[in-house]
Design a binder for this molecule. Sequence first.
Ligand code: AHR
Length: 656
Amino acid sequence: MVYRKYFLIITSLTLILISCAGQKIIHIKLNDPYAEIQPTMWGIFFEDINFAADGGIYAELVKNRSFEFYNPKMGWRTVEIDNGSGDFFILNRSDFPNNPRYARLISHHEDGKYGIVNEGFRGLPVREDIRYRFSVVARNPDSIPLKMLVQLLDSTGSVAGEATLGGFKDQWEKHEATITSSVTDAHGKLNVLIDGRGTLEMDMVSLFPADTWKNRENGLRADIVQMLADLQPGFIRFPGGCIVEGHELETRYQWKHSVGDVHERKMIINRWNTEIRRRQAPDYFQSFGLGFYEYFLLAEDLSAEPIPIINCGMACQYNTGELVPLDELESYIQDALDLIEFANGPATSKWGKLRTDMGHPEPFALKYIGIGNEQWGYQYVERYTIFAQAIREKYPEIKLISGSGPRPNDDRFKYLWTQLPHMDVDVVDEHFYMDPDWFFNHADRYDSFDRNGPAIFPGEYAAHGPEGEYGSSRNTWLSALAEAAFMTGFERNADIVHMCSYAPLLAHVDAWQWRPDLIWFDNLNVFGTPNYYVHKLYSNHAGTHVVPTLLDGQVITGQDRLYASTTIDEEKSHAYIKLVNASDTVTQVSLKLDGIRAVGENATAYVMQSDDLLVYNSIEEPKKIAPAETIIFNIGKSFEYELAPYSFHVLVIDMK
Ligand code: AHR
């Protein structure tokens, strides 16, 4: 009997010891903020890839509206109705060099209609009861009165709305009409017809929904911008990416071609048009309807710092690697200086005046500029240095961002880090597209970085399985979980990591070249990936300072596949605890909130979890994996918390 009693005591003690050993005690020192979280910490990176601009966020619905594609009739075909027949020519004019081509339509019969139909970007979407703004720049060379009939069609060809325009003169003039659609259809079309006999010449055939973001003409898709606004981004880096560099220098992004009257912006081929062999997009161009003015405006709308990236005299090193000789960089440097004047200069300056004339007399308060995208080699160092000197001399207040190559730790990256101390860099932009295991295994990446070097900006990152693995590069839960784990390292190292952005931002489900991507859309819908929701949870719970989060006195970087970091918001008196369990078992943690008097009775938990690591969101199931909000009752300064396998948690605690 006595033996049995001792046996029971020993057994219970053993169980207690085992459970103490199995349970992880995490101390969070809430009274020990050791670095500020910069307001720029969680941002976005916009690149015109995957139909992100034309056919995407830029709400223009007509493809090849100014007949400037290399095949000027691409996206258009002729239409004959009733007894209609005619001719469709493309003409060139030498007095309009940025947009020389236009269309001439000749309709032969009085009792017929003849014209052209536009297919839109993978279809021309219409929504029931939404007004559409149609406009065209046209002239009537014969001055014989005629009528233009404009029709919205659904995917079966039935008319969903129409308008008639007249009063065309023999001089170019802009004509406008509004049409309301009677149906919703993702794959409609637009008919532009001459009703009867006559000749009409036209350019800039345009159709926008009236309900763009802030109802702007030449506006953006409100549903997509709302997804960006929901992220509360601290900055927007734009317009790329390789798009800045060009396949060759000729096709680099030239911001001056993207501002001023939309009609006079000089369109170019999008470098992603033919870049990816298996995902060709011959109809992918940059109309620059979304140009630098619109990017600055978007940044302002989002309360995000604008971060333009400029070409530094180097074309994409994966393509031609074309270089501008050092003694011929002047016009490139002038472009950079003029850009700063465009953003910040007074209305009396040349470029400040253009901004003012475009509708924005107030400066855009530009603070950062990126010199080059992901360049590498001594050729980059040489060019960066010349740019930096010129910009510092004229605009010493502007912070300069350098690249560091395309990989996180290869020879190109290491070489650039040997040069950074001599390059006068404020912020260094890192790019890494690596597999999920790399992200899980490198959550401690920044713990050993130089504290006296430039600030760090992981400007393009994504857990990126090769095709055929990890769900074929899809935005799987595995990829998002790996990023969530890695991002604890951004927060923990907030003294040097001042900004970060996932890449790329947007992709059209029917016209993408590259994946994974943060947000996907089709012509009528938009959805966030698991990666989007992970980024949003961090961004919406950024806090103002980071505090120590320790397991056995150590920072938590993947011990038993557990990751953690904590920030506090000094104004709101909130603590935001981020926890990632990347293991396949339940993990119990005991959270000790040290250094404060008391906490609110209940906490809020936002949890993302799935046992299926290859699950992803889609148009059909847009929130298959998304945060669930729950309340944790009666927490106290010390409480137990359970982490399901493969889960990411943000706990919001009220600090007293
Ligand atoms: O985001 C896709 C591409 O990846 C970017 O254009 C480039 O910067 C990187 O190589």
